[in-house]
Write a protein that binds this ligand. Sequence first.
Ligand SMILES: [Mg+2]
Length: 424
Amino acid sequence: MSQPQSISRSKSLPQLRKRRIAFAFDIDGVIHTKGNVHPNARGTIGYLQQRGIPFIFLTNAGLRTEQARAEYIKQMLGLELKTSQFVQVHTPFLDLLPAYADKTVLAIGYRGDHIRDLAHAQGFEHVITPADLTVAYRDHYPRYCHFGHVPISEADRHYARPLPQNPPELRIHAILVYCEPDDPAWANCAFLIIDLLLSRHGRPGTRSELNDTPALPNRGYLQDHPPALHFCNLDPLPTSRDPDSQKLKPGAKPAMVRAMVAANPSHVQKRPYLWSHLKPQHQDLSFQILVEETFSALTGGASTNTLGMGKPFEVTFSYAERRLRKLAHDHDLAMRASDPVSLPREPLQTVYMIGDTADTDILGANTFRSRHGIEWKSVLVETGVYRRGEVPDFPPTAVQRGVGEAVEWALTESGNLEEADLTI
Ligand SMILES: [Mg+2]
């Protein structure tokens, strides 16, 4: 991997072969911090818009609809932006609609109806929540805290929707984890997921007879059509909202959870609810690791086949690239419509990921391999999590001060900078 490089502003343009480019911008720490727009952000985004250079916002934020996120940023920047230019952490769930739009999905996240509403807004028609299951099937899914069994809360009773009286009559086709469940449901949700993974056809109260069959793949686990498990990964490390909070190295949190599994095998094997007092003080990635590691411990090493999304995962970068190619295509159609004799444009060649976090923005862009031959380059900016002088855990293609400098560098590097742009 090449070392970070920087450019010095020059009034003479190098003669570079011009490539067709696009941009993916992280939002928090790049466009704004705590609602304060960063210098040059508005001008830079507006400039790309004027020149018809495709761009999207690619954020690990979530918990609101894409429309709401777009509206928030549009108002902040004072620019007209399309909802299709926003890819949040759970936006790739939209790809699951053909399979699950009319099937029952279990949506996991904060208590109340917020996550159910979000899943409905995305297009999932039959959404149930952990509260629905624990209220309807209280004998099958007792709730625990570290003191032992706890009664169902008033909040859960309030938000729970009715389910079939007989648990196996319900079939859950997919589990969508929108974010880490909030305390105290954390451990209960983990074991609810595990219970359904062990079931036959995703039916509560059942066990697949194929489980623990060494001759079958994955020792027979997940071979009887349990729900597909999809996880969003909100930023696992401190974000630029809280850049001065205690920093954990990448991998530290999975290691902590694995250490807890190793230190408490009897809890995992016999009294899993005791996990509820081991909730680590960090976020989603550790919940995913808890589910995977506990499932592995309970099954003698079987995998959960989890599909993760959000930066730095491949699913998200693939989704983002598809959006950028579509934006480029739409732009070309509009140009042809206004000028029918114009020549068709070449396909996208390079995407620049502009971000402030090495282990999501930079790692994801560096490791993503496009199926369309598009090269992804990464630019780390100094306006968020990353601070000047630090050695990033994952080296970017370039380090630049802020979003304006990052775009100017990319335009220069790709042969797209025009004389008039030198004042960006
Ligand atoms: Mg960021």
